[in-house]
Design a protein around this ligand. Structure first.
Ligand code: NDP
Ligand code: PYR
Ligand code: MG
Length: 609
């Protein structure tokens, strides 16, 4: 017998004795449609039932839960849930498993021929049902990463206003100056631990896409959840819209951003400062990842904030770590030591300088002098080889300027420097020509060829061209994916040397130990761990990086190494757990549906706190 308080009245409900176990009780309550009574009543003698009521109290019912992408289960709501949550009739009668739902999504997705349409389709799934979206993405990461990320995300940003269905993330525009914190407070999730922010000025190698660059923070954060298990509700994509110099966008009637030229100078810096300060106020302990800022702002912002707040620049630091990991792995095939190499970078910007500086740190760590380490790195920029005799080199380039004859083209530079590796970070497609690659093959038994520019149209060469033009001898990695192919009867697996191998683990590592800063030593550790994770079997197949199917494991290992560095450097403020790896693994989000009426949450993995 249970006493129930209902609207001030005491009611007595008699249950048959065998209904007292939890499942039977909830079934019974569902059958007699007591949901509305439960909402206002208090069971005096059933703690389980009270617990269940409280849980049901706190979640939306009826159509509202179907519209909440974090709570929605679609056709997977059980009969009991449908009863208790007022969903009867709002869904087709048959209850489906998540596996069946995944099957349906993949069936539909694979019918779509165009990748941009697949991108739109997946985004709409994410809008409806985050759990299913992440399950599909994680289980099919090799197939779907090129859709949610490079190259398709590049096209999506170029056409953002035209494929728009629903707004994502937070836009902070120049007009929000003075109220940035209020704008951040409008975000519905109140516990944000991770922001990826862009101002849209250098989206991949596609240039200034203004406010339409939002696709990049959205894509990067989806990968944070899929690859490192950061709970999606903890992350926030941000676009700072200060205008654009892109005439086409300014003339496009559908363009979303401010139709003005970019703010520059003090006005820009003040808005960025307000943003960084506001993040500290509104979302304490939040990690800020700067992404796809122009060269002129990226280095300045990183220098200004890296010691003040928890932040890093992915294009400078994340890219550096994946490039270094690919180099470590490449040396397994080419032989020789790092110090023996001549790395010739095409492009002396964020990615190039970031990579060269990390190579220098790695060499110095191995005992090589800084001067000798810098001598290993050579650059060609838009004006030719970076040599001492050139005027007006910026400070970054000056540090790598060689006492060497000028060269006005990459071919000339290759011929005079005779590099062991060419690394493309210029954002200029097809710059590694047949002639250049043939020269590389003349000078090296196994030339290292890394066209790292994104998206695919901007890759300095394709995987197959690099292979053909070096008689199959190139050791290859690219920024955007190339499919495996067969050369001379042998299967080749082009590595995707993209910072996606790095940033999820670095972010997770910093978040898990509550690091106060992100340091270069963390990226060095990440590079070493990443290269070390290529198994002997994968090495036999010529791989430079573990396959993306292992990205969760990779991110976990990187996160653990990064957190280790944070503890060593006295930056971690979370009490040290007995096992970092176990602790971090326990924080990783696994997209599993919540059991709304059972006594246990099905959703394994608590969000990082
Ligand atoms: N694989 C990955 O994970 C990543 C790849 N990238 C890719 O790297 C590329 C560059 O990015 P980022 O370094 O941030 O960009 P930046 O704008 O900072 O640098 C671009 C560099 O390329 C040089 N450059 C431009 N045109 C030419 C040319 N015709 N010949 C030689 N050099 C040229 C520029 O020269 P100058 O200095 O004279 O202007 C500049 O040094 C992009 O395509 C981006 O997608 C970036 C981050 C990560
Ligand atoms: C991958 C990346 O961050 C870029 O191309 O900008
Ligand atoms: Mg980037």
């Amino acid at each position: 017998m249970y006493k129930v308080q209902f609207e001030g009245q005491e009611m007595v409900i008699r249950f048959p004795q065998d209904l007292v176990d939890n499942d039977a009780l909830s079934q019974f309550l569902g059958h007699i449609n007591l949901r509305s009574i439960l909402r206002k009543s208090a069971f005096s003698n059933s703690a389980d039932c009270l617990d269940k009521m409280r849980r049901l109290e706190n979640i939306p019912h009826g159509a509202a839960i179907l519209r909440d992408p974090y709570l929605n289960k679609g056709t997977a709501f059980t009969k009991e849930e449908r009863e208790l949550l007022g969903l009867n009739g709002l869904l087709p009668p048959r209850v489906h498993t998540m596996e069946a739902q995944v099957m349906r999504i993949l069936e539909n997705l694979r019918k779509i021929e165009n990748d941009l349409d697949k991108y739109v389709y997946l985004n709409s799934l994410s809008d409806r049902n985050k759990t299913l979206y992440y399950r599909v993405l994680m289980e099919n990461i090799e197939e779907l990463m090129p859709v949610v990320y490079t190259p398709t995300v590049g096209q999506a940003c170029q056409e953002y206003a035209h494929i728009f269905r629903r707004s994502r993330g937070i836009y902070i525009s120049a007009e929000d100056k003075g109220r940035v914190a209020d704008v951040l407070r409008n975000w519905p999730q109140k516990d944000v631990r991770l922001i990826v922010v862009t101002d849209g000025e250098r989206i991949l190698g596609l240039g200034d896409l203004g406010a339409d660059g939002m696709g990049i923070p959205v894509g990067k954060l989806a990968l944070y959840s899929a690859c490192a298990g950061i709970h999606p509700s903890l992350s926030l994509p941000v676009t700072i819209d200060v205008g654009t110099e892109n005439k086409e966008l300014l003339e496009d009637p559908l363009y979303f951003g401010l139709t003005q030229n970019r703010l520059r100078g003090d006005a820009y810096d003040e808005l960025l400062e307000e943003f960084v300060v506001a993040v500290q106020q509104v979302f304490p302990r939040c990690l800020i990842q700067f992404e796809d800022f122009s060269n002129a702002n990226a280095f300045r912002l990183l220098d200004k904030y890296r010691d003040e707040v928890l932040c890093f620049n992915d294009d400078i630091q994340g890219t550096a770590a994946v490039a270094l990991a690919c180099i470590y792995s490449a040396l397994r095939y080419t032989g020789g030591s790092m110090a023996d190499q001549k790395f010739l970078f095409l492009g002396a910007g964020e990615a190039g300088m970031g990579a060269a500086n990390l190579i220098v740190s790695a060499l110095v760590d191995e005992g090589v002098s800084e001067e000798k380490a810098r001598q290993c790195c050579w650059f060609v920029d838009s004006k030719g080889l970076v040599v001492k005799s050139r005027n007006n080199l910026n400070a970054h380039k000056r540090e790598f300027a060689h006492d060497h004859a000028p060269a006005s083209s990459l071919l000339e530079a290759v011929e005079s420097v005779r590099p062991t590796a060419i690394i493309g970070v210029s954002g200029q497609g097809k710059m590694f020509t047949k002639e250049i690659l043939e020269r590389m093959a003349d000078y090296n038994e196994k030339p290292i060829v890394f066209p790292l520019s994104n998206p695919t149209t901007k890759a300095e060469c394709t995987a197959e061209d690099a292979c053909q033009w070096t008689d199959g001898r190139a050791v290859f990695a690219s920024g955007s994916p190339f499919k495996p192919f067969t050369y001379a009867g042998e299967k080749r697996f082009p590595a995707q040397g993209n910072n996606v191998y790095i940033f999820p683990g670095v972010g997770m590592g910093c978040m898990a130990c509550w690091s106060r800063k992100v340091t270069d030593e963390m990226f060095l550790a990440a590079a070493r761990v990443l290269s070390g994770l290529v198994t002997p079997e994968e090495q036999k197949q010529g791989m430079l990086l573990p396959p993306l199917t292992r990205i969760r494991e990779v991110s976990l290992e990187i996160a653990s190494a990064v957190a280790e560095v944070a503890y060593d450097q006295g930056l971690a403020t979370h009490p040290r757990p007995s096992s970092l790896e176990t602790h971090i693994a326990s924080l990783m989000y696994i997209p599993t549906y919540m059991d709304y009426v059972g006594s246990q949450d099905c959703d394994k993995g608590e969000p990082v706190k």
